[in-house]
Ligand binder design. Structure first.
Ligand code: 13P
Length: 252
């Protein structure tokens, strides 16, 4: 049975003291929560990872980073390596978020290197894919997502691919308040699972967790998560409020 995950991507939000409060609120709420089999992941800014892993050690959630540079060490001023994260017990790292593709011009090839360097350090990539609005309007969304997976993930041998979490995040739904309908999400998730099945096999496809991201909130999470191929969510804005995030995490 594949994992169900609700991951909070805080992006570049919260000061240190605000982050401390939010992490504590979430950890306290998780003590009481009925998560069924779902796993909760917090992806705070890098500066707060150590504090977050400290709390996670005593609590019921895992920690993810938002980014890495794909080398273990070296002259890369300002960057953080997967080897550093490994020692902090960081379990996941977001790769290929549309904001990084857009604002930092991250290419398929660069994302592929990030995936490889994370796996080498035993950190699971949460690999984001998704189309922009004109691509959907031109009915190119399936081709776009297929290309993103082929170029940055499908070089992996099966045993490595099994450690990947895929997140479908239609760019037009991110931070806009416009959520994909449950039918649109299911259609794309089922397409992605089909691609994995063709490239690897049905067992690998069945075991791969595929998250939905893009204006997912306390009101629409249950409907989205009820779809057969939607295994949880990658949550932006709504992960910054403990109560709403917990509502999402208990929406299975
Ligand atoms: P929002 O939930 O704010 O739309 O952001 C989604 C996202 O980008 C998560 O990575």
């Amino acid at each position: 049975m594949r994992k169900q995950i609700v991951a909070g991507n805080w992006k570049m939000n919260k000061t240190f003291s605000e982050a401390e409060i939010l992490i504590t609120e979430i950890a306290d709420a998780l003590d009481e929560a009925d998560l069924k089999n779902a796993e909760v992941v917090l992806c705070p800014p890098a500066l707060y990872l150590e504090m977050t892993t400290d709390v996670a050690f005593e609590s019921n959630f895992k920690v993810g980073a938002q980014n890495i540079y794909p080398e273990d060490s070296g002259a890369f001023t300002g960057e953080i390596s997967p080897l550093m994260l490994k020692e902090l017990n960081v379990s996941y790292c977001i790769v290929g978020h549309s904001e990084r593709r857009k604002y930092f011009n991250e290419s398929h090839e660069f994302l592929k290197r990030k995936v490889d360097s994370l796996l080498k350090n035993n950190i699971s990539p949460i690999f984001c894919c998704g189309e922009v609005l004109p691509e959907r309007e031109a009915n190119r969304h399936f081709d776009v997502v297929k290309n993103q997976l082929e170029e940055s993930l499908f070089h992996l041998p099966e045993e490595e691919f099994m450690k990947i979490v895929v997140a479908y995040e239609p760019v037009w739904a991110i931070g806009t308040g416009v959520t994909a309908s449950k039918e649109q999400a299911q259609e794309m998730h089922s397409f992605i699972r089909g691609l994995i099945s063709s490239k690897y096999d049905t067992t690998t496809a069945d075991e791969t967790t595929i998250l939905y991201g893009g204006s997912c909130n306390g009101k629409n999470a249950a409907e989205l998560f009820s779809q057969p191929d939607v295994d949880g969510g990658l949550i932006g804005g709504a992960s910054l409020k403990a109560e709403e995030f917990l509502q999402i995490a208990t929406s299975f």
